[in-house]
Each structure stands twice: as C-alpha cells, then as structure tokens.
Design a protein around this ligand. Structure first.
Ligand SMILES: [Zn+2]
Length: 127
C-alpha cells in the first residue's frame, strides 16, 4: 500500500499531527484526505509517487531475492531463472538478468531455447 504525505493548507490551523505534515497509508483507489484525521483542519496531499514506488519495489525486491536464493539452494535452476528473469525485466536490473542467464545455463537451456523462452515469458508477462 502506498504512503501519501499530507501537509496543512493553513499553517495557523494545525495540530501536533499535521503541523509539519504527516504520512498516511491508503489504497490507490481511496479518496485523498481532505481533513486532518486528528483536528479536522484542511490538508492537501503532497505528491510523492516516487517514494511510494521505491518503497514498494524494494519490498518486493527483497522478497523475490529471497525466493530466488531458495530456489538456487534447492537446485531448482529453471524456477530461479524464470523468477529472476521476469523480475529483472520489471525493475530493469541487469545484475539480476545476469543471474537469470546464469541459472538458465545451469538448468540446461541452450542460447537458442533461452531466446524462445524469454519471448514466451514476455508474452505471458504482458497480460
Ligand atoms: Zn491536525
């Protein structure tokens, strides 16, 4: 869930919570807050998409990294490769891409099948 930042519209009408701005976690589909939940004075949303996006990515990222590592540990190379590959595409991570290729090789894919495989992978990911 993304975290949104709010700041008071009128600096003379604030409480301890909203005085210097505050963070509020809500669904993307939720309406933005119009009032401070504590004092009811008018607040506005500070645009911080980047921050929310980075936080979400790094959380997923470490989760996926753990998963890849556990596949590698069990010798499930194609599983590890596929996961690393899909995720590398998503986050544009070259290091992860290399890891995927490495794992594909361990799984016994040749360069030819690899290319075909990557295409199928992309097609599924496009959905
Ligand atoms: Zn307030």
């Amino acid at each position: 869930m993304p975290i949104y930042e709010y700041e008071p519209v009128n600096l003379n009408q604030t409480c301890n919570k909203c005085q210097y701005g505050f963070e509020y976690m809500q669904n993307i589909n939720d309406k933005p807050l119009e009032k401070c939940p504590d004092c009811g004075h008018v607040v506005r949303k500070v645009i911080s998409w980047c921050r929310a996006a980075v936080m979400e990515t790094s959380e997923t990222h470490s989760h996926i990294n753990r998963k890849i590592a556990s596949y590698e540990k069990e010798g499930m190379w194609s599983h590890a490769a596929e996961l690393a590959d899909t995720h590398a595409e998503k986050v544009k991570d070259n290091q992860l891409k290399m890891r995927a290729i490495d794992n594909y090789e361990k799984a016994g894919y040749s360069a030819g099948t690899l290319e075909k495989h990557a295409q199928t992978n992309n097609a599924t990911a496009e959905k």
